[in-house]
Design a protein around this ligand. Sequence first.
Ligand code: IPM
Ligand code: MN
Length: 352
Amino acid sequence: MKLNIALLAGDGIGPEVIDQAVKVCNAVAKKFDHEINWTSALTGACAIDAVGEPYPDSTHEVCMAADAILFGAIGDPKYDNDPKAPIRPEQGLLKMRKKLGLFANVRPTFTFPSLIDNSPLKRERIEGTDLIILRELTGGIYFGERGRKDNGNTAFDTCTYTRDEIIRLAKLGFEMAMTRSKKLCCVDKANVLESSRLWRETVQDMEKDYPEVTVSYEFVDAVAMRLVQWPSTYDVMITENLFGDILTDEASVISGSMGLMPSASIGLHTSLFEPIHGSYPQAAGKDIANPLATVLSAAMMFEDAFGLKDEAELIREVVNKSLAEGIVTEDLSGKNKAYKTSEVGDWLAKNI
Ligand code: IPM
Ligand code: MN
């Protein structure tokens, strides 16, 4: 099969972890007789530096022409402490999500048997966790009306959702639940927010189309608590943009390292696959970042974008083997030898 993939390495550790994923994908392609056509493009701070814009039109064209996008990370500390910076790398990410219509962000959380004691949470609480947070990605407060008034002394951001946006996301959630344990949790704040009440009402209306799915409705504050107390009681969760942002960072703690969790963003035009961690600027250029979240994102890409399940499974198997054999970066090595980012990538590619 011919796979056209856009490669957006981004900033910080992005290029280093992307390099390892490319090695692994190329090894998979060789083994299964696929042809990958990689097209690189700039996004994030590196794009601002090069062309003054974090998601240039030229990058958008590359993304639109691709069957899938593999993305590293964006962000640069030189923008973080400057609230008045006119252009920020994160704007590129948001623009990309909006222009590509990446409306559903799929963030799984699972545990690795060999790493279960790496989690700050007790083994008995997290064992068996296998959940998916489906985060709405192109609406809500991230894209609502915003501004300042009162001479700049009052600021506002608004959260708006349409019924259609909710249906589109919830439909994926119901469908995903049907392929899993048929449990769906709708996370909202319907005791306070009108937009949450529309979410709840809309999902309730959809229940009749999926009679086999058991739906629960929970408030986001309670979920924040239960998620670390009894994560294995959740399966598919659907929620709006900001709640999903917060809960997915929280959920990543369960697995023991932020460097492990992949994600997929399903779009109207194409899909994008990226690690959930950020650009980790302190580690950039040091060859120490954990590449596994990006490699596992590539596995999701083979399966979800191209329907190549065996290829995805093989990547996951080799990642598990590297964890079991301790071929890991310093975030996971404990007292044992820490391998470099590039060494982990080489080992994975060789073992494909
Ligand atoms: C994420 C990130 C982004 C978000 C930032 C970088 C804009 O935290 O992908 O979760 O808030 O969506
Ligand atoms: Mn986030």
